[in-house]
Design a protein around this ligand. Structure first.
Ligand code: ATP
Ligand code: MG
Length: 228
């Protein structure tokens, strides 16, 4: 690993990867001049309530296909090897232990995911392990975040889509908020559409659409079985 590289991480279940994921990764890469953005599918055990529908290997393959034509974006299997779920704080620590500098590390999330940050393993110290880049998402604007998270709102720094100039010099890591215009797409909507036999070609990269069809993922449930 080149430790001087400015690295972005986008975690998620990617069940499946879609154009919104590519847009948030590309936006963060451009605004923060990141050398690379790793999209890191989480390994969530099948017995969990919130278990993904597709297997970890299918979700990883779809992330690879989604970023295939995007220089600077890559799928990462950092969280796929452990049999237990890997927490963001552990993934960040793994990169830091491998020589990645904290000041060059950017964890990217949508506003909906960041709204739950106080419940994340390792909160609040994980906020010191990397910068956080929080992008607005349709239906999840940034202004409500300040009210939801009063204890860390003072660490928020607004950055415009035009670009980021310099780090705030009072802190080692910051929480950057970006008013973005990513498309209104969610994996849950894609799964629902596929479960009723509708097309998702406008929501996912073409390679992902072909993979979903070839592997019969998220299809209508067999008679008598309820789709989740
Ligand atoms: P689901 O509907 O299953 O929750 P999702 O579309 O939210 O799926 P995730 O894998 O949960 O996808 O999201 C991974 C990360 O990408 C999260 O930080 C989420 O906020 C962000 N994200 C996903 N879609 C968008 C989008 N359209 N705009 C901005 N951020 C997004
Ligand atoms: Mg989600």
């Amino acid at each position: 690993m080149n430790t001087l590289e400015r690295t972005g991480l986008l975690g998620g279940t990617f069940d499946p990867a879609h154009n919104g994921h590519v847009a948030i990764a590309e936006t963060a890469r451009r605004v923060f001049k990141l050398d690379r953005v790793l999209l890191v599918p989480a390994r969530v055990p099948p017995h969990r309530l919130s278990a993904p529908v597709a297997s970890a290997s299918d979700r990883f393959a779809m992330v690879e296909l989604a970023v295939k034509d995007h220089k600077g974006l890559a799928a990462s299997n950092l969280e796929l090897h452990d049999p237990a779920p890997t927490y963001t704080t552990e993934t960040l620590q793994r990169l830091i232990n491998a020589g990645q500098s904290t000041s060059q590390l950017f964890f990217i999330t949508g506003a909906d995911a960041f709204a739950d940050i106080t419940a994340w393993q390792g909160y609040p110290t994980l906020l010191d392990q990397s910068h956080f880049v929080v992008l607005s998402r349709p239906g999840h604007d940034l202004s409500t975040l300040r009210h939801k998270l009063p204890e860390i709102a003072h660490r928020f720094h607004e950055v415009s889509l035009g670009g980021f100039d310099c780090f705030p010099d009072d802190e080692r890591t910051a929480i950057f908020t970006v008013e973005a215009n990513t498309p209104d797409i969610a994996s849950s909507v894609i799964r629902h559409r596929l479960s009723v036999g509708a097309s998702v070609d406008d929501l996912v990269p073409s390679g992902v659409a072909r993979y979903i069809h070839a592997h019969h993922l998220y299809g209508p449930a067999p008679r008598g079985k309820q789709f989740q």
